[in-house]
Design a protein around this ligand. Sequence first.
Ligand code: ADP
Ligand code: MG
Length: 283
Amino acid sequence: AAPIALVAGMSRSSRNGIVVKNGTTIEKLATAKSFSFDKTGTITEGALYIDQLSYTSSYTEKTFLQLVASAEQESGHVIARSIVREAKEKGVALLPVKDLEEVTGQGVVCFIEGNEVKVGKSTFVGKKDVHRLTNEVAVFVAVNGVMIGHVTMKDQVRQEAKETMQMLKAGGVESIHLLTGDKQEVADSIADQVGIDVVHADCLPQDKIAYIQEIPAPLRPTVMVGDGVNDAPALSVADIGIAMGAHGSTAASESADIVILKDDLAKVAQARDIAKRTMVVAK
Ligand code: ADP
Ligand code: MG
């Protein structure tokens, strides 16, 4: 297409809070055949709320929350940020941490007062998952290898998610995929609620990359939409990477071809719409 048309498309996108870094992205987005969405923070809201704290008798609500929030204080994950926010609201003082390590898409491990503290998904902490509702995420906590409790957090599906999937399909998108580090039954239920066709659960960041790379030719160009540090590599390997920039990580925004500045998933469908209309005008 004529560069001038692409520039017009970029400026139209930008007026709508959609930053398109390169004109050729508009051409690809207009003909995209498939979309993959990350779950936590992308299909669901970025702000989580603690639902329940379960801990062994050597802790109180306050000391348990203090331990978890302290371990999470440096993490940019939406789960971590929500835990730290709630701890601060409750007046819990954070403890200093040593040798902190974040394992992307899994959790954090560090030392607090000489003890090894591990916080993250069940497989990372080495414990069995708990039964939970599909609008909840669970975070497990172990001290020196012994499970001491878990936190469940409410994670609502975005109200605009279903409509966004409908708009994409109405605009000619053939298949929509859900990629998540969370477990299968939670992912299946969310996909069902919002109208996503294909689910790939229990993904590590490298599984998300492999999945995107293996999307077959008839489903290309393919788009990946995500918000987290763990989504950044998948955003780079997709034909088009879209970052939810309002609450998402810097790494995601830097790896993406398009950054959505408003915390609104419907902007993804709007971006596609603008791209299509730009190409019609350009012809
Ligand atoms: P999704 O792919 O659905 O966005 P992630 O891959 O970001 O989810 O995370 C998958 C799971 O890993 C989360 O549900 C959570 O249990 C765990 N997890 C990842 N990072 C953290 C962290 N910093 N603190 C606690 N749990 C984490
Ligand atoms: Mg996410």
